[in-house]
Every structure is written in structure tokens, then in C-alpha cells.
Design a protein around this ligand. Structure first.
Ligand code: HEC
Length: 205
């Protein structure tokens, strides 16, 4: 079986190699060796779709990185978020975020290295901005995108408050949210595998 380095090093180069292996006629080889721009011009077009508008891109480009870049104006506290939580979240996650039917949102701190790790926002997540970002993008899961920025700040504050990470009246906004230090912030290390890029994995300790 040839490898790609065999191909690259084959006498006469790639086209001769292909000809040898596949016995392709000169006609096809001529087409293969056409300049890229000509080949592109010959691609069929189907007259469907259009370039997205700036507004459409903005509506989909919702990921907020750990430094909070892109967080919109608005604010909220746990005291305000309690109502949002009870109306929009509790049915699936339990009154205090404890229900494991889907995902518990609260508890589990200190359990990651035990036989029964409980991975929650409070025990496992690295950045508070992820909670904001995830909630805005995907939740409530039956009505994603329906919460206002103020409601997302408030319900994020409430989930963090239930995890005893912030106080009931601490105000979350674009500047305070990225400053929150999550309990498992240092529980991750860069993944050294060269093929996976800059991702990270959890250190269980
Ligand atoms: C209709 C049920 C439902 C409602 C209502 C709901 N969730 Fe969820 N939630 C889910 C399900 C199901 C998942 C798991 C999704 C997955 O794994 O992809 C989830 C996952 C999550 C997670 C990720 C947990 C983790 O550790 O992976 C968070 C955070 C969360 N929900 C927060 C909320 C908040 C905040 C609200 C209210 C604004 C809410 N959810 C309302 C069903 C719901």
C-alpha cells in the first residue's frame, strides 16, 4: 500500500503516479491540471441561498468567551433571578437546581475526585461567562432565545447564588460577570495532544 510520501516522492510526480495507478486517460489528467481559477469557474451554481445579513450573523454569533467580550448591556441579581428561575427553569431542574432528571445545576463541589462525581455548574464549570452564554443561546430548552439580556443576567446570578458562588444582591453585568472565579477554575490543564489544538481537560484531584 502506498503512502502519501510515496506519492510525493514518486518519479515524475503526482500526475504520473495517478496515471500509473489508475490508468486514466490524458483527457482527465488535462482537466485535473487546469488552473484552479478555471476549475472554480466551471463549478455548477444552483441559484439558491444568499449571503447572510449582518443582523442574521449577529443573531447566531452568540458565544461569549471567558473575558466576556460581546456581553450586551443589562444586569441582574439573584434576588431578581429567583422569579425567572421559578417560572422558566424549575420545572426541569428542580426548585433549587438539585434535580438530576436532566442536569443538576447545583451541588457537587468537592465530589469530582470521588467515586460519585457530581458535575454541575458549581462543581465543574470553569467560567461564569459560559453559564451566561449557554443559557442565552439554548435555554429555556423549550424556548431558546426568549429571555432578555436582563433575565439572563438575573437567572445566571441565581444559579451562581444557589451554588454559593455569589451573594443574593451581587449585581451581574458585562463587567462583573467575567470577574467571577468559579470553584473549578484551576481544575483544567491544556491538552498536550498536538492534533486537538487549544482545548483543555479536567484534572481530577
Ligand atoms: C423543558 C426542560 C428545561 C427547562 C425549562 C430548562 N432546562 Fe436547562 N436543561 C434541560 C436539559 C434537557 C438539559 C441538558 C441538555 C444537554 O445535555 O444537551 C439542560 C441543561 C442545562 C444546563 C447545562 C448543565 C450542565 O452541567 O451541562 C444549564 C446550565 C441549564 N440547563 C440551565 C437552565 C436554566 C438557567 C433554565 C431556565 C432559564 C433552564 N435550564 C430551563 C432542560 C431544561
Amino acid at each position: 500500500m502506498s503512502t502519501s510520501s510515496d506519492v510525493a516522492g514518486a518519479p515524475g510526480g503526482l500526475l504520473q503516479y495517478v496515471r500509473r495507478r489508475l490508468g486514466l486517460a490524458g483527457l482527465l489528467l488535462a482537466a485535473v491540471s487546469l488552473p484552479v481559477s478555471v476549475a472554480h469557474a466551471q463549478l455548477p451554481t444552483y441559484d439558491v441561498g444568499r449571503a447572510p445579513t449582518a443582523g442574521e450573523i449577529e443573531a447566531w454569533d452568540l458565544t461569549i468567551p471567558p473575558d466576556g467580550e460581546g456581553l450586551p448591556p443589562g444586569s441582574g441579581t439573584a434576588a431578581l433571578g429567583k422569579q425567572v428561575y421559578e417560572e422558566r427553569c424549575a420545572a426541569c431542574h428542580g426548585d433549587k437546581g438539585e434535580d438530576r432528571k436532566y442536569n443538576a445545576l447545583v451541588g457537587g463541589q468537592g465530589t469530582l475526585a470521588t467515586d460519585k462525581p457530581l458535575m454541575t455548574v458549581g462543581s465543574f464549570w470553569q467560567y461564569a461567562t459560559t453559564l451566561w452564554s449557554y443559557t442565552r443561546r439554548s435555554h429555556p430548552i423549550d424556548e431558546p432565545g426568549s429571555l432578555s439580556a436582563d433575565q439572563v443576567y438575573a437567572v445566571t446570578a441565581y444559579v451562581l447564588y444557589l451554588n454559593t458562588i455569589i451573594g443574593e444582591h451581587d449585581v451581574l453585568d458585562a463587567s462583573t460577570l467575567p470577574q467571577i472565579r468559579m470553584p473549578n477554575r484551576d481544575g483544567y490543564v491544556p491538552d498536550p495532544r498536538p492534533d486537538v489544538g487549544w482545548t483543555s481537560k479536567v484534572v481530577v484531584r
